[in-house]
Design a protein around this ligand. Structure first.
Ligand SMILES: Cc1ncc(COP(=O)(O)O)c(C=O)c1O
Length: 371
């Protein structure tokens, strides 16, 4: 096998006209947040049907900004799923609050809604439900629970642009939704993210906080908050904006490939395939499966790599990671058994718009033969 035959876990969908859009910005000399960022914000707001979209420098920056805008900090608790990309919990630590982990539903890899209520205390200020791998969590029920308890919802839809529950887009249910444009997402700006909300005052605050605390008052630039520099550049905005028109077709194609994986991989009982509830449209950021626990996941990944297939584990069991384990003394295997197993035995396999149907069949065959 030559390097050319290697099938990577992810290849971003960047076409010549996307590159041309970036070059045009570079040639204009206007590089930082400007008209292209505004255009992206307006297009995302229109696509999702929300009043405001605020582009930022990453999905992590967007979650962080939301917590700061809500004034969440020392002494507060924020509920997060035990299985996610680690950024979901890191941002809570970074504002000085405590992440309170809740185990996941093993069928969907999303936070188990039935375990959330018992995690709520008088210190709970927010829940960050994640739409893991692009599948909506039980967001309606979680929002109802939050409303009763006067808790904010920051939807971590980093992987879920274009996913829906009962036809409504993920990221548009809570007080604010957060998306990432990292290269493993369907459309990308390299690094980048965006926040969406219908709350005018929150949007105003987020815009001020992302840009050094600046607000224009009576035509004058005033520094009204201690803000960040979390701006997206105009060339990054041009890149992702140019891909946005293809988002729906990218998701539909990924769904077609996912269905081939379902057909091919259901031939073995040593793999647990993801479940997609009828009322949810998966955006298929990742195809994540769980291997039988007798299989050594890391050896399996190495073995697939040698055969030309790039895979990786899907997400972390966050309380089992050194920082959280040492700080809070978790015993994840007992406290978060589903998250622990999903981390230890889970792998994400290639799924992207440049992948061919024959490659999906080859990957499936290689996986089955390697078990
Ligand atoms: C669930 C989740 N939240 C947050 C992030 C952070 O996004 P970014 O890499 O754009 O900072 C990611 C990134 O992959 C993610 O998967």
């Amino acid at each position: 096998m030559s390097n050319l035959d290697f099938i990577p876990l992810m290849v971003p969908d960047i076409q010549q006209h996307d590159i041309d859009a970036v070059v045009a910005v570079l040639q204009s000399g206007m590089l930082i947040q400007g008209s292209k960022v505004e255009e992206l914000e307006s297009n995302i707001a229109q696509y999702l049907g929300v009043r405001h979209a605020i582009a930022v420098s990453s999905g992590t920056a967007s979650l962080h900004l939301a917590l700061v805008a809500f004034g969440i900090g020392r002494g507060d608790e924020v509920i997060v799923p035990a299985f996610s990309y680690i950024a979901t919990a890191n941002v809570v630590e970074l504002v000085g609050a405590k992440p309170v982990f809740v185990d996941i539903d093993f069928n969907t890899f999303n936070i188990d809604k039935n375990l959330i209520e018992r995690a709520i205390t008088i210190k709970t200020k927010a829940i960050i439900p994640v739409h893991e791998f692009g599948l909506a969590c039980d967001i309606r029920e979680i929002c109802e629970l939050a409303k009763i308890n006067n808790i904010k919802i920051i939807e971590d839809a980093a992987c879920a642009l274009g996913a829906t529950e009962n036809g409504k887009f993920t990221g548009t249910f809570g007080n604010v939704g957060s998306f990432s444009f990292h290269p493993r997402k369907a459309i990308t700006s390299g690094e980048g993210g965006i926040l969406v909300t219908d709350d005018d005052e929150l949007a105003r605050k987020l815009r001020i906080l992302r840009n050094h605390g600046i607000e224009i008052r009576d035509g004058k630039m005033e520094f009204v908050e201690a803000g960040f520099n979390y701006r997206l550049t105009d060339f990054q905005a041009a890149l992702v904006n140019s891909q946005l028109g293809r988002l729906e077709s990218i998701i539909n194609y990924k769904e077609k490939l996912a269905n081939i994986y379902f057909d091919e991989l259901s031939q073995t009982n040593k793999i647990i395939l993801p479940k997609v509830p009828q009322n949810k449209r998966h955006s298929w950021q990742s195809f994540h499966l769980v291997l039988d626990s007798i299989i050594n996941r890391n050896e399996f990944i190495d073995n697939l790599r040698k055969q030309g297939v790039g895979t990786n584990y899907g997400a972390q069991c966050i309380p089992a990671m050194i920082y959280y384990k040492n700080k809070y003394h978790y015993h994840s295997e007992k406290e978060f058994p589903n998250a622990f197993k999903a981390y230890l035995c889970g792998i994400a396999i290639p799924l992207y718009s440049r992948l061919k149907e024959e490659q999906v069949k080859f990957i499936s065959k290689t996986i089955i033969q390697s078990i």
